[in-house]
Design a protein around this ligand. Sequence first.
Ligand SMILES: O=C(O)CCC(=O)C(=O)O
Ligand SMILES: [Fe+2]
Length: 224
Amino acid sequence: MKPSFEFNNELGRLCLYRKAYVDRETVTESDREVVNMFEKLRDTLEWKRNSMHGNHDRMTWDGRKSANKHKEFFSDMKKNIEHVLGVEDIGNNNFANYYKNEGNRTFWHRDYDINPDDLVTMVSFGSPRILTFVDYRTDKVYEVELGDRDIVTFDFNWNMNTFHAVEKSRKHEGERISLQFFNLHCPKKWGKENLKKWRETEPIKKQAVSRRRSKVNKKRKKSC
Ligand SMILES: O=C(O)CCC(=O)C(=O)O
Ligand SMILES: [Fe+2]
């Protein structure tokens, strides 16, 4: 499948596939009840409210801690996504976010577990929300609205050159779950050079995050 749109530039590559997630079994057996994947994930995963990226709002489920229970279920989903995207392996590790309302958010961060050549693959279920990426060198903003069954992928370079968040929203109401697939590697395996680069850019990223926050706050105050 070709992406519905993509950014492919000096930052790396980000692709969006609209309405791409298909539960193949439920499509072929038309008389079967269609699974509402949002409800299924919401009602079966063990959600926890952890502090992550400085954020306490949204609940998370970390497959690295309890993957075995849902192994078969996620392995089916993984196959479905690989089939749709036409890729070989999106990774065995899962992480999910559950946004109960428009006030829940994921704070600014980069994904720390990915390796060069890896891709982060994320599928969204339920109400739409905006995933925002900011180029930390230029403050240029890239926004993707993710709706039910939309899939987004981004590569190692995109992840390194930007930071991302799901900010609080005024526009979007309702519950949403995002589910990631990725390969899990020890950062040390990236080699010293990559780790060094990562550490060097961390303070610059922090400054960019604070510029973004004040910009968003200003905009909010103005619209009050
Ligand atoms: O919910 C989303 O779309 C983003 C979540 C995210 O960036 C993460 O869990 O690392
Ligand atoms: Fe992330």
